[in-house]
Design a protein around this ligand. Sequence first.
Ligand SMILES: NC(=O)c1ccc[n+]([C@@H]2O[C@H](COP(=O)([O-])OP(=O)(O)OC[C@H]3O[C@@H](n4cnc5c(N)ncnc54)[C@H](OP(=O)(O)O)[C@@H]3O)[C@@H](O)[C@H]2O)c1
Length: 188
Amino acid sequence: MRKLQTEYIDLCLIHQPFNDYYGTYRAMEEAYKEGWIRAIGVSNFYPDRLVDLCSFVEVKPAINQVETHIFQQQKIAHEYMEKYGVQHESWGPFAEGRKDFFTNPVLNEIGKKHDKSAAQVALRFLLQSDVVVIPKSTHKERMEENINVFDFVLDESDMNTIRALDEKESLFFSHYDPAIAEMMIKLH
Ligand SMILES: NC(=O)c1ccc[n+]([C@@H]2O[C@H](COP(=O)([O-])OP(=O)(O)OC[C@H]3O[C@@H](n4cnc5c(N)ncnc54)[C@H](OP(=O)(O)O)[C@@H]3O)[C@@H](O)[C@H]2O)c1
């Protein structure tokens, strides 16, 4: 807190479900009860880990931040988050630009109807799917573009067209992969 020069933290997440994450979570629960952290949650907890955690903690995670975008929509994970009252938050809402994200013809075609960019359509799709988004940009004009998504609505036909883009697979990595676990553990 001294290093952050703040009196409280809005939200604190466990990055990945590795090592003693129950110990970490219990410490976060204490900090939450003391009022130092206003909300606590997790990230990259796939449904099995999330169900387990939610079943044995006192303070339910407010958020689970997982890779979510038009190509990996996380429908099953979303159902479990809903069931346990955990807000689904997307990391990589633009798939970090992979798969020619910003020139995707479906997003651009739908965007034309609303006078919006592919990026804006992609964010709007997630918001209308009850997914919180935290798009990243180093450009001011893109930050403005990315926040300017609350003045249009995708209809059910647009939503269904985008739902059909789901490949139900990560474009990055799986936390179930032991080689990825080894790599992540070395990072910490
Ligand atoms: N929990 C986790 O394990 C995890 C993992 C990865 C990321 N994250 C977090 O997720 C958040 C999202 O970031 P992300 O890195 O995953 O990627 P992202 O938001 O999917 O994509 C970021 C990329 O899109 C570009 N971009 C942004 N807005 C654009 C626009 N309107 N038009 C065209 N290009 C645009 C950015 O370029 P410019 O910057 O050049 O504009 C950048 O290259 C970050 O806060 C990150 O820390 C969390």
